[in-house]
Design a protein around this ligand. Structure first.
Ligand SMILES: Cc1cc2nc3c(=O)[nH]c(=O)nc-3n(C[C@H](O)[C@H](O)[C@H](O)COP(=O)(O)OP(=O)(O)OC[C@H]3O[C@@H](n4cnc5c(N)ncnc54)[C@H](O)[C@@H]3O)c2cc1C
Length: 432
């Protein structure tokens, strides 16, 4: 169950070479407990899809990929309990086969359920919060080796805010691996539904600016892709739930063209995207942009993303447009999404209706670092919150400004893990 690392391992994108000296692969919760208590410092690793050092350590990584998958549906409570290392693709397929659905998914279904939740990963939709908001309970192996079940019912209210007690579910939803190893998650579910994706091309900037709120709210999940150049929104993906009223904004009348064949938002073959063309299909095969059976891209990329208050979306897009020339050689795609307010302490959309401004850059770390600095300068007036799983230049003090509950979270992490068993460099820098 332990691999001593002989060769160099990287994250999925290859821009972070892990420094971990060993990779632990427990096959049961009992083994996780044993490994946690017998290892002075370790970091949980999901499916390696983060673009920064959040899942890295100079000590030991622990992955749940060898744990048995499990999926237990409670139709009365409308919840599913899943093994935390399962990917969204596995969970979605299992739910859909039994007639159930998660409310939303990220653009790729390849990521682990625990890793997605731990960083506040989100999809799109004005009524859809981050994926962490679907968590109604979780099992976590603490630094002591004890397994604790945290749920809405087990919240310890003010204890949590003061750092004593085991903390509320909202503290645990987006926890960056700092509060323990999550071995199971209970997620809210609903009856399965169908979605139809329609793509429009080249929505002009004046239409984007004038009708932004209407376009983004016109369907269950809407994404705009842009290069910030004169083409405006190069692609608008409208994911319409077929049990809801049809979209009513006429994008063609606003100057866009309806795509007549499948398009990829970046530079890859359109065979890897989920079906478009307005063909209804199950939520599990429409809400992600990319099919689970294909890689979403070559992986030679680096992503950055900032969540800003929804009301600032149009001014922020306008402010970014002068960077189009800087972006041109570097940007593969930029995506604009909406995220409903979360209650999770560290969700990038915590407490505010948000718009996500996402950038997929070519894997050129120094050019990306320079671009990220420029973006953060331009977005500074809009109170941006960097995505926890992507690159950012934000200093710890800037993160504490952006995330008002970060200090309370750091206090909670210290009280639950006094010897720093789950600490890594990323957490040391971020939590202080
Ligand atoms: C191609 C691509 C597309 C993406 N699309 C989106 C998108 O649409 N929306 C979005 O918001 N993000 C997106 N992301 C970012 C991605 O969702 C996050 O980086 C996510 O955290 C990746 O999950 P992971 O399982 O790979 O986690 P890792 O990167 O392996 O780990 C991330 C964090 O989770 C913690 N963790 C993992 N497992 C556990 C556990 N069992 N217990 C406790 N902590 C744990 C780790 O310690 C670490 O802190 C995308 C990334 C890629 C590569």
């Amino acid at each position: 169950m332990t691999d001593v690392i002989a060769e160099q391992r990287t994250n999925w994108a290859g821009n972070v070479t892990y420094r971990a000296t060993a990779l632990l692969r427990p096959t049961s919760v009992g083994e996780v407990q044993h490994l946690v208590t017998s290892t002075p410092r370790l970091t949980a690793l999901g499916s390696t899809h983060s673009f920064n050092e959040v899942a890295d350590t100079d000590a030991v990584q622990l992955t749940l990929t060898e744990m048995p998958p499990s999926l237990e549906i409670d139709t009365t409570r409308r919840t599913v309990r899943v093994a935390a290392g399962m990917t969204h693709a596995q969970v979605a397929a299992g739910l859909e086969a039994r007639g159930w659905a998660l409310g939303n998914l990220a653009s790729l279904p390849h990521i682990s359920t625990a890793g997605a939740v731990a960083t506040g990963t989100h999809g799109s939709g004005v009524r859809n919060p981050s994926l962490a908001q679907a968590v109604v309970g979780l099992d976590v192996v603490r630094a002591s080796g004890e397994v604790e079940h945290v749920s809405a019912g087990s919240e310890s209210g003010s204890d949590a805010a003061s750092g004593s007690g085991s903390g509320s579910l909202d503290a645990h939803r987006v926890a960056l691996g700092a509060l323990g190893v999550v071995t199971a998650l209970e997620l809210a579910i609903e009856p399965s539904f169908e979605v139809a994706t329609t793509v429009h091309l080249d929505l002009p900037w004046d239409a984007v600016e004038e009708h932004f709120d209407a376009v983004m709210a016109d369907a269950y999940s809407v994404s705009m892709f842009t290069a910030f150049d004169d083409r405006g929104a190069r692609q608008v993906w409208t994911k319409h739930r077929v049990d809801e009223p049809a979209p009513s904004v006429d994008l063609v009348a606003l100057g866009a063209r309806r795509a007549t064949e499948a398009v990829h938002p970046g530079e890859n073959d359109a065979a890897s995207v989920t079906e478009q063309g307005g063909v209804p299909g199950p939520w599990s095969e429409r809400l992600p942009h990319f099919r689970s059976t294909f890689s979403p891209s070559t992986g030679a990329e680096i992503q950055a993303e900032y969540l800003i208050p929804a009301a600032s979306a149009v001014p922020a897009l306008r402010a970014l447009r002068p960077l189009a020339d800087l972006f041109a050689p570097l940007l593969i795609a930029a995506e604009v999404r909406t995220i409903a307010a979360d209650t999770a302490w560290l969700a990038p959309s915590s407490g505010r209706q948000s718009v996500g401004l996402h950038f997929t850059f070519r894997r050129d770390p120094s050019a990306v670092a320079a671009a990220v600095l420029r973006i953060e300068g331009v977005l500074a007036p809009f109170d941006p919150r960097p995505h926890w799983g992507k690159v950012s230049a934000a200093s710890p003090s800037r993160l504490h400004e952006a995330y008002p509950q970060l200090a309370a979270f750091a206090e909670l992490a210290r009280s639950l893990d006094p010897t720093g068993r789950f600490r890594n460099g990323f957490l040391d820098r971020t939590l202080g």
